[in-house]
Design a protein around this ligand. Structure first.
Ligand SMILES: *Cc1c(COP(=O)(O)O)cnc(C)c1O
Length: 365
């Protein structure tokens, strides 16, 4: 079965092998060496001043960013489940917040963000996704960050890049915290979250907040190539391997291949009459709005060996999402668009001609 869900993504064979070795103790020079190398590679990928790794899923890093980086009032951008989650985290910690809500296919409005930030002088941190995975939407994060900093340069900009880091180059000039997760574009098992931090973010963190997710504590330890608590050693071993592997070809190569695949998939699917859901699609996935989404997904799974994701909440049964993250073989991605065309024939929507596969292959060259 081809796993084409936008997280988790398949773990390459050589990375699985690297993680299959005997467990090593984390308080040893051997592990410290691995940790240090993983950290350095991560900094090259994130292009931030510092980085902390946390043993948690991505949401742990979202929570740590809220608790450590917002001291007064948060502005959260909600165009889907993950943006909504930032608001829920604020609520859980009794942190005052204003939420700007958008339809799941609509990127946030930079002017509206500017207006709210100007009207609320106590907003000291803004939280948004780079790609909101619920609808495969790309928010204009760079513009938001720039505009917000022009108003008050001490506002902390937290970008959830869980489905953007490793997908496209991210301009971190005005971003203070950049969140990544292991099971999406980094092609690793779930369980490790990472936050790239700017110098300004480090100053704002001060002595940190909370216990397990105290970022000051963690950062201090991690700069010394160790961690405050038992780290996810296996995934960190995998992280070092995958980053070394990506670096062999260059990060740019990964971004270009992902972008080509995303474009080719979108064009192939448009050619067979499918509707791209978001107004501004991200390159991490293609989200298709379709009344027969469930039926198509079922056929893909049972007849063509392809596993893609559906929609959530109000889009359940109306959306399907195809992953583009990671080092994906073009022939696998070509099979996916071909299988979708065959599924459309199976439900009587069209007569199969192989046009999706043809367009995909022309564009992927
Ligand atoms: C997957 C994802 C998360 C984190 O989810 P976890 O299940 O906690 O790893 C956060 N934000 C976005 C945009 C995601 O796609």
């Amino acid at each position: 079965m081809l796993l084409f869900t936008p997280g988790p993504t398949p773990v390459p064979e050589n990375i699985r092998q690297a993680m299959a070795k005997e467990t090593i103790h984390h308080r040893t020079p051997e592990f410290s060496k691995i940790f240090k190398e993983a950290r350095e590679l991560l900094l090259e990928l994130l292009k931030t001043d510092e980085v902390v790794m946390l043993s948690s899923s991505g949401t742990g890093a979202m929570e740590a960013s809220v608790t450590n980086l917002c001291h007064k009032k948060a502005l959260t951008i909600n165009a889907g489940k993950f943006g909504d989650r930032f608001g829920k985290i604020c609520k859980a910690h009794n942190i005052e917040h204003i939420e700007l809500k958008y339809d799941w296919d609509t990127p946030c409005d930079v002017d509206e963000v500017e207006r709210v930030v100007k009207e609320n002088s106590d907003i000291d941190a803004i939280f948004l996704q780079i790609c909101e995975s619920s609808g495969g939407l790309r928010h204009p994060v760079e513009e938001v960050a720039k505009r917000v900093k022009e108003i008050r340069d001490d506002i902390i900009v937290v970008a959830d890049g869980i489905t953007a880091v490793g997908v496209e180059p991210i301009d971190t000039t005005n971003i203070d915290a950049l969140i990544a997760g292991s099971q999406k574009a980094l092609m690793l098992p779930p369980g490790l979250a990472m936050i790239g931090l700017s110098q300004r973010a480090i100053e704002k963190i001060g002595s940190g907040k909370g216990f397990y997710f105290n970022l000051a504590n963690e950062l201090k330890k991690q700069k010394d190539a160790t961690t405050a608590f038992t780290p996810a050693t296996t995934i960190i071993i995998g992280l070092r391997e995958i980053l070394k592997e990506i670096k062999k070809y260059g990060f740019e190569y990964l971004y270009e291949e992902t972008s080509k695949r995303a474009l080719a998939t979108r064009e192939a699917l448009k050619a067979i009459g499918l509707k791209i859901y978001p107004k501004k699609p991200a390159n991490s996935m293609t989200a298709i709005f379709d009344e027969n989404a469930e039926e198509i997904r079922n056929i893909l799974k049972t007849r063509y060996g392809v596993n893609i994701a559906g929609g959530q909440e109000h889009l359940k049964g109306k959306l399907f999402r195809i992953n583009h993250m990671g080092l994906i073989k073009p022939y696998e991605a070509a099979w996916v668009v071909n299988a979708i065309e065959r599924a459309l024939d199976d439900i009587g929507r069209l007569k199969y001609s192989g046009i999706a596969n043809k367009i995909f292959n022309e564009l992927i060259k």
